[in-house]
Design a protein around this ligand. Sequence first.
Ligand SMILES: NC(=O)CC[C@H](N)C(=O)O
Length: 194
Amino acid sequence: MAVGILALQGAFAEHAAVLDKLGVPHFEIRQKRDLDQPMNGLIIPGGESTVMNKLLRELDLYDTLRERIQSGLPVFGTCAGLILLAKQIDGGIPCFSVMDIRVKRNAYGRQLGSFFTDDRFGGSERIPMTFIRAPYIESVGNNVEVLSVVDSNIVAAQQDNMLVTAFHPELDMDLTVHQHFIRMVEQFRLKNAG
Ligand SMILES: NC(=O)CC[C@H](N)C(=O)O
């Protein structure tokens, strides 16, 4: 199996390092022909969502990736990746527009742009959470499961094959969130093989 990591911009190398630790094969997606190889999961990293949105269209990656996500490909979006998956962005234009969440960009203001805390993810123990000019999720549809709440704001959620975090688990040592995503990838792979 292999996980594709969108590598146009932002923190893609850090996700690759976590997958290495977990022994999960991965490859970078930089251009359309990178999508020719088998892909069992997709990671959309943090970075700058407006830049990634523009590049996805310029490089003609947008339609193929959107179709695959809609057909059930497991996808994990961190920070800017969360913004790209959202159906609604407060004061902004959605990109993939596939996940039933409403998102506020740069939600913590300039002064509090980056901070660190720890809290629960789903049923887990407290895990480290690094936020960098992060969004949060203002509201979710009925079909979305809330996985983390920090200061009354939703910062991790899942809808079927789509997992998002407003924080950056790839920047901390804890593997909980990536392990959760790899379980989603395994389930999808087994379902498709059977
Ligand atoms: N760390 C991040 O990914 C920041 C996201 C960025 N503020 C955006 O709007 O795209």
